[in-house]
Design a protein around this ligand. Structure first.
Ligand SMILES: Nc1ncnc2c1ncn2[C@@H]1O[C@H](COP(=O)(O)OP(=O)(O)OP(=O)(O)O)[C@@H](O)[C@H]1O
Length: 517
């Protein structure tokens, strides 16, 4: 679309943010017009989240920048009330919903209006308010339903309703910060239908995504950040394609990954017997050296629980895992991670800071932690092997900043993901269990991660890759097990392609159930 005349919906000028030695943003400018779907892309650590946090008042920027909405300047740092009044709202990663709560509670969370006299929440009024917002969106839902029980697209509608409830018709800016990843292809397209209907009504959208295909497909214009600075401001999307965007983001050309010949050897490496965890009941699985086995399915199908149990992060009801000569009981209590490490099993969880990394410790400490005990005196921090291993992993995975002393919590999401993977790869595991390893990483980092996983397989490591990302599964795996209702509904192998994986995950199975995505 052509930019509308009159003031911009959002105008950011000269915005900078410095964290100690890191210049996270440098003189950023960004203009979003009314009724525009504007994409914002950039490598991990280029400053996207920092920008969103400034727009929503979490961070105060360095002095000197300015921020206007519909021509009205906002004070810096942004005050929550002012942000709400201006109609700027964010939908976070994975939609930011609380599954255990109802639709109306999710929409109203944090903004209940208590009765003036009773100080009680007026449930009837709250529910009615939410029904009205959903009606405005054209998505009437049962507001008393638990959000966890909803379909992916209804969940998306709840997140959008939550974001737009204070918007005056024809105004407002919704920022989607990596919000669409959990949506399947079909749900995603309906999600964008909904977004377009908001835009047709005059709202604006800033879409932050690592899915360049999606950016190219749905946005009107796109702004590219690199190392905290704007490289391209508001290029009309019809003038770019994925390759051009990648080059702008990374400053280099990337060769896309194709499938490579299998690295799997004849030699058996690991076997799973009678695994019962979550909805899974009695899973058997053999993994050979160098083999990459994918586990996938819809949320709740059991593939995630199975991966967590194999990695020692979740206690199973029953089951055993044999890796070479090591036998591990999978129904043991958590806390026996040491046994898994000793057996050569490494698990890279999806939730990095909660399960996998110590945020306050440095990159070097996090990368080398699992081997501190076996390789030397834990009190002798800074040993030569630690420096060597850290330097090797920083280089292999292009971890940024390349500073071994930086606390991990200060790294961007994608760079934390790389540290987590590096932590386990450096230990040269026999069995590597990965859960969503490329989540929230940019195209360049994804490239590095795929290379690193392949190199591990080439060295004889068996890999279990649990993911909803059909592209990752298709380029990396020798075979893919598709879970449905706790059982392996399909096993795909041979020349895998992503459409076949998506179809097997979302499509009707032999019994004719399900729906085609
Ligand atoms: N609280 C903080 N303290 C120190 N440095 C920080 C802090 N927050 C972010 N940074 C640094 O600022 C830079 C920008 O990080 P930011 O999280 O904004 O990147 P991003 O583009 O959102 O990355 P990703 O795509 O990986 O989420 C990075 O170098 C990061 O290490």
């Amino acid at each position: 679309m052509t930019p509308a005349a009159g003031p911009h919906r959002l105008e950011v000028a000269g915005l900078s943010k410095t964290f100690g030695p890191t210049r996270a943003l440098r003189g950023v400018r960004l203009q979003v017009t009314p009724g525009e779907l504007h994409g914002l892309v950039g490598q991990n650590g280029c400053g996207k989240s920092t920008l969103v946090k400034i727009l929503t008042g979490v961070y105060s920027p360095d002095p000197g920048g300015s921020l206007t909405v519909d021509g009205r300047p906002l004070s810096l740092p942004v005050r929550p009330a002012e942000q709400r009044e201006a109609g700027v709202s964010v939908v976070h990663q994975n939609l930011g919903l609380v599954d255990e709560r109802t639709v109306w509670e999710n929409v109203r969370l944090g903004r209940y209006r208590a009765g003036r006299l009773s100080r009680r929440i007026d449930r009837k009024q709250e529910r009615r308010a939410v029904e009205e917002v959903l009606a405005r969106l054209g998505r009437p839902l049962d507001v008393g339903e638990r959000v966890g029980a909803l379909s992916a697209e209804d969940r998306a509608a709840v997140a959008i309703a939550r974001a737009m409830q204070d918007h005056r018709p024809g105004s407002g800016l919704i920022i989607f910060d990596e919000s669409t990843r959990a949506l399947g292809r079909e749900a995603r397209s309906r999600f964008f239908d909904l977004v377009r209907s908001l835009i047709a009504g005059g709202a604006s959208v800033l879409l932050i995504s690592h899915q360049l295909e999606e950016i190219v497909e749905v946005t009107d214009r796109v702004t590219v950040l690199r190392d905290g600075a704007v490289i391209e401001a508001g290029v009309p999307t019809r003038e770019v394609d994925e390759t051009a965007l990648t080059r702008m983001m990374l400053g280099r050309h990337l060769v896309t990954h194709d499938r490579v010949d299998t690295q799997a050897r004849e030699e058996a490496l690991a076997s799973v017997r009678g695994l019962a965890v979550g909805p899974v009941d009695g899973l058997d699985l053999e993994i050979r050296r160098g083999e990459i086995v994918g586990l996938t399915g819809l949320v709740g199908s059991g593939f995630q629980e199975a991966a967590e149990a194999l990695g020692g992060a979740r206690r199973a009801r029953a089951g055993g895992l044999t890796v070479r000569e090591h036998e591990l009981a999978l129904d043991r209590r958590r806390g026996c991670t040491g046994d898994f490490v000793a057996a050569g099993v490494a698990f890279v969880p999806e939730r990095r800071l909660e399960e996998g990394l110590a945020g306050e410790l440095s990159v070097a400490d996090n990368l080398t932690l699992p081997r501190v005990r076996s390789r030397g005196n834990p009190l002798r921090i800074g040993a030569a092997w630690q420096a060597e291993e850290t330097a090797a992993m920083i280089a292999l995975l292009d971890i940024r900043p390349a500073d071994p002393g930086a606390p991990v919590a200060t790294l961007s999401g994608g760079n934390q993901q790389k540290v987590l993977l590096g932590k386990w790869l450096a230990g040269k595991p026999d069995l590597l269990v990965l859960h969503e390893p490329t989540q929230a990483v940019d195209v360049g980092a994804r490239h590095d991660i795929i290379d690193a996983v392949r190199a591990a397989a080439r060295a004889g490591c068996g890999v279990v890759l649990a993911s909803v990302d059909a592209v990752d599964l298709a380029v990396l795996c020798d075979r893919v097990l598709v879970f449905r209702d706790g059982r392996v509904a399909r096993e795909l192998s041979g020349d895998l392609d992503q459409d076949a994986i998506v179809h097997a995950t979302f499509g009707a199975d032999e019994s004719g159930e399900g729906w085609v995505g």
